[in-house]
Design a protein around this ligand. Structure first.
Ligand code: AMP
Length: 540
């Protein structure tokens, strides 16, 4: 029997797509109720009409500056309204939004700006001072838009950003643009459903960042498909727990909010008490985030169950979800956490637990990551890509409207992961007789620390930049709070005296906080294969 499952739609939540591009989804939400809240940010609320006006002003300004359809716009921002304004403005112009992790430091940012050949960069003023101004080189012609921390009320909430920094002194303030261009003529470029809506960077197994292209069709499809799968009602607030720069935030927060014509509640960054306060204030009904965020809520003494009472639909993805956490969360807050499984390459969701069922558990106590969502086909395959029978363990292959267009300017890398119309996920798992998907392991060496992916090779490359380091191998080690944390095993050059603590400081200044190794072990030699390759596996 073939293990290929074809799930078109389940009878209890029939799915009909309405939109073929992401901007249509936004336009429909705006036209439905222009004065309804689109974004809540602490004490500030933007209506759909205001959001549209600000995005139009920005798009008109960019147009005047010579930004064209297809140009890349970097969004180097936290979970703030300006992220949404920048995204819509990009689409109005037919430009491509490139979301960039605000934890990135100068070395990482310059790689992404170069690879995407960004024409515009939007950032906070604190990120301008800490990161952008530290870049050795910037792409020619880069138009810098500074979303000052002080532009919206409470932006400088000390719990979030600390003391506001001084104005950037170069580039343009978003506030000035939205004021000066408030009455600009509507900007609208014809969008084809196959055009790229967003590029999200992921790291390949080689550790080099690859831009994943999401078409407008995939963006709109997965936003609507998940809305239907989770049976989310129109107008019911969504609280963004996941970062907006990640595909989870882009689709399951922003896309789903537009699909439901609903307000999106933003809190800059995840903090358990701030999150709980926002849920209660805005009566948010849906959220999705990394399991570590739910663990943080469980462990936050000041978070009371009544604060989360309205949060009826909760999903988690990106990393394994221990059953013990699901049980503890249910006991404390009375809500179930359901899994989604997907990749940046599947524009977020590929499988998810239906809203009206609980995930099945296998004999080892591992929870399933759900059933394929609408129009999504899964195949469990052997190394040759051939389908294996039900229950067999193999690589998970995914086909559906949410599979990426390809990697930005990397046709060979795209060919490597596409097989017979399916995306090779690099994850290993199996399907049970009812079609529930179970993940077994990751084929790739990625380390998942607090839900963030860390690629060993990238950390190794930084350590190799230290003059005392001879060889290095980076592995993930079990960590009760982060799930996994980064450990480096290092051998030193003859006579070198550097200590593990000094190496940690070296790494810390060169990479995002979730990536630098928390442990460094110094050994005389590292284990190697006969061909001389360092064996990471031996060190785990
Ligand atoms: P990303 O591209 O950052 O979204 O990472 C995708 C990877 O995260 C997948 O290939 C899986 O290895 C992992 N992942 C996603 N969802 C889950 C889940 N529900 N449980 C365990 N691992 C997951």
């Amino acid at each position: 029997m073939s293990a290929e499952r074809v799930v078109e739609s389940s009878p209890d939540c029939a799915f009909e797509a309405h939109f073929t591009d992401a901007l249509q989804m936004f336009d429909a939400a705006r036209d439905k109720a222009p004065q309804a809240a689109a974004v809540h940010y602490f004490d500030t609320t933007l209506s759909y009409a205001q959001l549209d006006q600000d995005a139009n002003a920005l798009a008109a300004f960019w147009q005047e500056q010579g930004v064209l359809a297809g140009d890349r716009v970097g969004l180097f921002l936290q979970n703030v309204p300006q992220f949404v304004i920048g995204l819509i403005a990009s689409w109005k112009l037919g430009a491509i939004a490139v979301s960039i992790n605000p934890m990135n430091r100068a070395r990482e940012l310059s790689l992404l700006l170069e690879d995407s050949q960004a024409r515009v960069l939007m950032c906070h003023d604190y990120l301008y001072h800490e990161v952008v101004s530290q870049l050795d080189q910037r792409p020619d012609n880069l138009l810098l838009i500074v979303a000052g921390d002080h532009e919206l009320q409470n932006r400088n909430d000390p719990r979030i950003f600390g003391v506001p920094s001084a104005p950037a002194g170069e580039g343009f303030f978003l506030r000035d643009i939205t004021a000066a261009w408030a009455n600009a003529k509507p900007v609208r470029t014809r969008i084809k459903s196959s055009d790229i809506a967003t590029i999200v960077y992921t790291s390949g197994t080689t550790g080099l960042p690859k831009g994943v292209e999401h078409s407008h069709a995939s963006y709109a499809f997965n936003s609507e498909a998940f809305r239907s799968w989770a049976a989310l009602d129109d107008g019911v607030p969504i609280l963004a727990m996941a970062p907006l720069f990640h595909v989870t935030g882009l689709i399951l927060h922003i896309g789903v909010a537009f699909a439901c014509s609903t307000p999106l509640v933003l809190t800059a960054r995840f903090h358990p008490e701030v999150f709980a306060e926002a849920v209660q204030t805005y009566q948010a009904a849906f959220t999705i985030g990394a399991i570590t965020a739910f663990i943080a809520l469980l462990n936050a003494d000041k978070v009371r169950p009544e604060q989360l009472a309205s949060l009826k639909k909760i999903y988690s993805g990106g990393a394994p979800i221990p059953e013990a956490v699901v049980i503890a969360f249910r006991q404390k807050f009375g809500h179930d956490i359901r899994a989604v499984y997907g990749l940046t390459e599947t524009t977020s969701v590929a499988t998810a637990v239906p809203h009206d069922r609980l995930a099945v558990c296998n004999e080892e106590g591992v929870l399933s990551v759900g059933l394929p969502i609408h129009a999504t086909h899964l195949r469990i395959a052997n190394e040759q890509g051939q389908a294996l029978p039900t229950g067999s363990v193999g690589e998970i292959l995914i086909r559906g409207p949410q599979v990426m267009r390809g990697y930005w300017q990397r046709p060979e890398a795209t060919c490597e992961v596409m097989s017979d119309g399916f995306l090779r996920s690099g994850d290993v798992g199996y399907l049970d007789a009812e079609g529930w998907l179970f993940l077994v392991d990751r084929m790739k060496d990625v380390i998942i620390a607090s839900g963030f992916k860390v690629w060993p090779r990238e950390v190794e490359d930084v350590l190799y930049g230290h003059p005392d380091v001879r060889e290095v191998a980076v592995v993930g080690v079990k960590d009760d709070y982060r799930g996994e944390s980064v450990k480096a095993v290092v051998s030193l050059k003859a006579g070198a005296q550097v200590t593990p603590e000094q190496l940690i400081v070296f790494c810390k200044s060169r990479m995002a906080a979730y990536k630098y190794p928390r442990q460094i072990e110094i050994r005389d030699d590292l284990p190697k294969t006969t061909s001389g390759k360092i064996m990471r596996k031996e060190l785990r």
